[in-house]
Write a protein that binds this ligand. Structure first.
Ligand SMILES: [Zn+2]
Length: 294
């Protein structure tokens, strides 16, 4: 079979707990004008009222962190590549300005330069591991099946019980007030923000589809990304202390095509003791041995 064709051969299901070590703010719709509504609310399930973590938020954050570590062409990471591209464009424009003698044209070019700002977008080269695992934008010319699906994460039962005991029914969050200090008057300007409390636990589920033999090795990127997230922050106000999370009790299930077609059982591929992103990453070659070339 040609190396370029896709053949679905099964899925890996990655399940685990995500524990908030600090408060977490993933923004929802502003209820501002409603009576009793608040500024900066967290996103909540409209039926249960429980805060949850949209799969898009988790996937997007992990992806953005991996774009700082994943190499693209000419040995630059996805992000470095775009910054490099921007700097090249900027330098070319500066050269053009210094070579321009017509003052009107020079002015126009100067304005163009002033407007330039690096907008680092998600990589859509279509060939790096991030693009293959996380997918490319719809506008991109490259069409590969996206390998990774991230489900919305909902709170665990004991977390909801704890919220109800601590806050009373239908109140599941804390209000944190952040101050900006007026530099002239030293007056504080308080800004309330809703947060999921520290020690809340959410159930995470990710699906990794296998279309090519080499796809299995690319699952490593998911655990690399989870490690990067543990040392970064999820959601808003990360640089001011919110959004520290850790992943625990990870189980990786393998469901071959026969699971779906013939009712074959799933298998657990990681042993207990290898249940954190770092443990799985370190022992990756044991959990996912490289298959001999056929
Ligand atoms: Zn890419």
């Amino acid at each position: 079979m040609s190396n370029n064709s896709y053949k679905f051969s099964g899925k890996y299901i990655i399940k685990g707990d995500m524990r908030c070590i600090t408060g977490l703010h993933i923004g929802g719709t502003d209820e501002g004008f409603d009576i009793g509504g608040m500024e900066n609310p967290v996103i909540k399930d409209p039926i249960t009222g429980y805060p949850y973590i949209p799969g898009s938020s988790l996937k997007g954050k992990i992806r953005s962190l991996l774009e700082w570590t994943t190499k693209r062409a000419n040995n630059l990471t996805c992000t470095e590549y775009q910054i490099d591209e921007f700097e090249t464009k900027r330098k070319a424009l500066i050269d053009k300005i210094s070579g321009e003698n017509n003052p009107v044209k020079k002015n126009k070019l100067q304005e163009e330069l002033d407007r330039m700002s690096p907008s680092i977008k998600p990589c859509d080269c279509g060939t790096c591991d991030v693009c293959i695992v996380f997918g490319c934008s719809a506008a991109s010319a490259v069409k590969e099946p996206t390998r990774l699906t991230v489900r919305d994460s909902f709170p665990k039962k004991d977390t909801v019980e704890r919220w109800e005991i601590n806050f009373g029914e239908k109140i599941y969050t804390e209000i944190k007030t952040e101050n900006t200090i007026n530099r002239l008057t030293s007056e504080a300007n308080p800004r309330p923000m809703e947060r999921v409390t520290a020690d809340s636990v959410f159930e995470v589920e990710m699906l990794f589809d296998i279309y090519k033999e080499e796809d299995e090795q690319k699952i490593k990127k998911v655990f690399e990304g989870m490690m990067l997230l543990e040392d970064s922050a999820l959601g808003g106000s990360g640089s001011r202390g919110s959004g520290k999370v850790v992943f625990e009790k990870i189980k990786i299930y393998k469901r071959e095509m026969a699971y779906y077609i013939q009712g074959k059982d799933e298998t657990v591929v990681n042993q207990s003791g290898n249940e954190t992103p770092r443990d799985i990453h370190i022992n990756f070659n044991t959990i996912f041995p490289i298959k001999a070339q056929k």
